[in-house]
Write a protein that binds this ligand. Structure first.
Ligand code: SP5
Ligand code: ZN
Length: 343
């Protein structure tokens, strides 16, 4: 068996050089291009990963998930901002961080990035739009493979997507690759999204909150002490038609493999009841013990156990790369997980 790995060279174009950190520091940008390079190198040394480029196909699926004015802002916001001749920090390429956000219920200001982003971790640089489109194309291509009867496909997306909602970026995310794939697959019937990134998939939750055809499940660090703080609580269960079709499973600090697998079993139980025809896994390796921004304690071998249980659901599966910031460990963690779908 082999596993299609969809990878676009556009990831290089999105390269912010700094990140604003609580406490007032700036640091290197954790969501770095090396993340893709290390995963790719590790996969290329296996016998089962079939690395290929995404189709240069239509990007309509992006517009099926995101508002057009938001897409336009990600495309043009940087250039328009640069035209205002902003002051640029020495030693850094121009980077548009939103600094002003609309107070609740304020009039919208379509020219301000603060109107389209919910935190200060998804800045716009010159190549952000092109990279975000390239990343979405990876997910679109993977979803198309599944629609054409491939059993599993891995989209090596960068930038990631699960914090991006219909009309907002945030958390290193611009276009919600996981949601885009799920929306495409939902044309054929019910689809489940299982988000195993360390952080709550608030953007994905936003997109499908009133939807009963796409079940959204997220297992993550408890937002009472972890980003994204405002969302990800267990009482968020969906609304309207979507009531009962969102499941949040917040977990405590230092969650290890045993506790994680127990949470995963709950998620899998819910997926089985829902009876989807396909599954989208939002895959983050920031649950790793040693991730620089996280506080879980998973080991490399745990990713094999997690993948084995997900594999045993036995559904056509799109796997979408989300977070994971321990560069040194990313390659072996990706192989530990993906080999269950490739070997
Ligand atoms: C896709 C993804 O994994 N996005 C994560 C975005 C998280 N950004 C917020 C980082 C908050 C840093 N918390 C400081 C803890 C210092 N020990
Ligand atoms: Zn994350």
């Amino acid at each position: 068996m082999s596993l299609p790995v969809i990878h676009s060279e556009t990831y290089k174009l999105h390269n912010p050089t700094f990140e604003i950190w609580p406490g007032g520091w700036i640091r290197e940008y954790f969501e770095s291009p090396q993340r893709v390079e290390i995963i790719l190198a590790a996969l290329q040394s296996t016998g089962w990963a079939e690395v290929r480029s995404p189709d240069e196909a239509l990007i309509d699926p992006i517009a099926a998930v995101h508002n057009q004015n938001y897409i336009d802002y990600i495309q043009n916001g940087y250039r328009n901002w640069l035209a205002t001749k902003p002051e640029i920090m020495e030693g850094h390429a121009p980077t548009y961080y939103a600094t002003t956000f609309p107070p609740p219920r304020s009039q919208r200001r379509g020219d301000q990035y603060g109107n389209f982003t919910f935190d200060q971790s998804a800045p716009l640089v010159k190549g952000t739009y092109e990279a975000a489109v390239g990343s979405a194309r990876c997910a679109i291509t993977a979803a198309n493979l599944i629609l054409n009867n491939q059993r599993a496909a891995y989209a090596l997306c960068r930038p990631p997507g699960h914090h991006a909602g219909k009309d907002f970026s945030g958390g290193y995310c611009y276009f919600n690759n996981t949601a885009i794939a799920a929306k495409m697959l939902s044309a054929r019937g019910r689809v489940a999204i299982l988000d195993v990134d360390y952080h709550h998939g608030n953007g994905t939750q936003d997109i499908f909150y009133e939807d009963d055809r796409v079940l959204t499940i997220s297992i993550h660090a408890d937002p009472s002490w972890e980003y994204p703080y405002f969302l990800g609580y267990a009482d968020e269960i969906g609304s309207g038609k979507g009531d009962g079709f969102n499941l949040n499973i917040p977990l405590p600090k230092r969650t290890d493999g045993v506790a994680y697998l127990a949470a995963l079993d709950r998620a899998i139980q819910r997926i089985s009841e829902f009876k989807p025809w396909a599954l989208v896994v939002a895959l983050g390796f920031d649950t790793f013990d040693g991730d620089p921004i996280s506080q879980f304690a998973l080991k490399t071998a745990d990713y094999s156990s997690i993948a084995q249980r997900i594999r045993s659901i036995n559904l056509p599966t799109v796997i979408v790369q989300e977070g994971g910031y321990n560069i040194e460990a990313l390659g072996r963690n990706a192989v530990a997980f993906l080999k269950l779908f490739g070997e």
